[in-house]
Design a protein around this ligand. Structure first.
Ligand code: PLP
Length: 397
């Protein structure tokens, strides 16, 4: 049996997946740091800089806790620290990631209720208000929402979720997954009354995968005191007693050298609001291309609610009878471009273009060109000229 990998096309791989994302060279360099003692004041100074920087990105002045682990770790931390066996969480259905978080809650012994949604149109928030208003006994302890549903390319407005909870005058905690929005789309933990914001390192923060965190409100810290789900590594009370207010075990020091540089790029070199504007501009360029391709019975935007189109990921629905994975295979094997696949029931039906993190116009245009080229090679119907539509938009933007 041959162990030789198939020959790769030359040149750098274009990574157009919605996470993990491209890591800027200066972040990579900074991450490659020699091991130091994590109690050394030279390290702790960097650690606290990052700690405060993360709070600024979350737009919170309240608490945060950090975990060595991908986004799933912070998901689990949010649930086990805030809920007790049999408590009810009301999850707003948005797609694969809302379903996965809900499944995790079920596995942990939490009762899950769902505000259902048609994935292409998104949840109706008046149904959330109605569900909460009907909960006279106060069984619902938390509402969970995925701010940016990475599987469908839909952004759910968290401030409107807050307003829907307030309209029902319900005391439930608001838990928001910001894994594919933070550092790419506007998110305001304190202003929007989010009690627990779940984030990860590998998307808008442009870091490697493996660090996650939760922003935690004062109200959530109070609820934590009486929450009874078993927990150990994720226990916020134990973390509060640690010198670094997180991490029961070894601190992943190299992340913090990288994070210091990533925060410098985001906050000082570009500015957070400009980061959002860049994401919005590049996202619209992608959408212009997809809308154009949709002629001739070509692929189309999966998300059908214009006000909720995500600025960090676009899901593209294939024409009937054509498999998204065949297109992805051509893009990857012939042209070294990695596109995201459809998740759960969207496998084969959808491909996803990640446009978040360390990304500029040439990278987006390169990706769009290869998608158009791959559609031609794979014989997928489309209206040629989507890349020109993106160029026209970017030239005028
Ligand atoms: N939530 C969202 C919205 C995501 O996009 C992802 C991963 O892509 C996750 C949760 C799970 O995070 P991880 O894969 O880092 O564990």
């Amino acid at each position: 049996m041959s162990t030789t990998a198939p020959a790769k096309p030359r040149g750098r791989q274009f990574f157009a997946n919605p996470g993990p994302t491209n890591i800027p060279d200066s972040v990579l360099m900074a991450t490659a740091h020699q091991t130091v003692d994590f109690n050394d004041p030279n390290f702790t100074a960097i650690y606290w800089e990052c700690f405060e920087g993360l709070k600024r990105i979350l737009k919170t002045k309240q608490s945060i806790f950090l975990y060595t682990g991908s986004g799933h770790a912070a998901w689990e931390a949010s649930l086990v620290n805030l809920l007790s066996p049999g408590d009810v969480i009301l999850v707003l259905e948005s797609g694969h990631f809302s379903q996965s978080w809900a499944r995790m809650a079920t596995d942990l012994g939490i009762e899950v209720r769902t505000v259902p949604a048609e994935w292409r149109r998104g949840v109706d928030l008046s149904a959330l208000t109605a569900e909460l208003a009907a909960d006279k006994a106060g069984a619902i302890k938390a509402v969970g929402v995925v701010h940016n549903e990475t599987s469908t390319g839909m952004m759910i407005p968290v401030q409107e979720v807050r307003a829907a909870i307030d309209a029902a005058k319900h005391p439930a905690l608001l838990l928001a997954d910001t894994i594919s929005s933070l550092g790419s789309l506007d998110f305001r933990m304190d202003e929007w009354g989010v009690d627990c914001a779940v984030g990860g390192s590998q998307k808008g923060l442009m870091l490697p995968t493996g660090l996650s965190f939760t922003g935690v409100s004062a109200k959530a810290l109070e609820a934590h005191k009486t929450a009874k789900l078993p927990r150990h590594y994720f226990n916020w009370t134990a973390m509060q007693n640690r010198p670094l207010k997180s991490f029961l075990g070894t601190v992943p020091i190299s992340f913090f050298y990288g994070m210091k540089e990533a925060l410098r790029l985001i906050e000082q070199e570009e500015g957070l609001e400009n980061v959002f504007k860049r994401h919005s501009r590049l996202a619209e360029a992608v959408r212009q291309a997809v809308r154009h391709w949709s002629g001739n019975n070509g692929p189309q935007l999966f998300c059908q609610t214009p006000s909720r189109l995500s600025d960090s990921v676009t899901a593209v629905l294939m024409p009937e009878g054509h498999n998204a994975n065949a297109l992805r295979k051509v893009a990857m094997e012939r042209f070294n471009v990695s596109l995201g696949g459809g998740l759960g029931p969207l496998d084969g039906k959808v491909f996803r273009i990640g446009h978040l993190g360390d990304l500029n116009e040439p990278m987006i245009l390169g990706t769009l060109s290869v998608i158009e080229l791959s559609m031609k090679v794979a014989g997928i119907p489309h209206a040629p000229g989507g890349v020109d539509a993106a160029i026209a938009y970017l030239a005028a933007a």
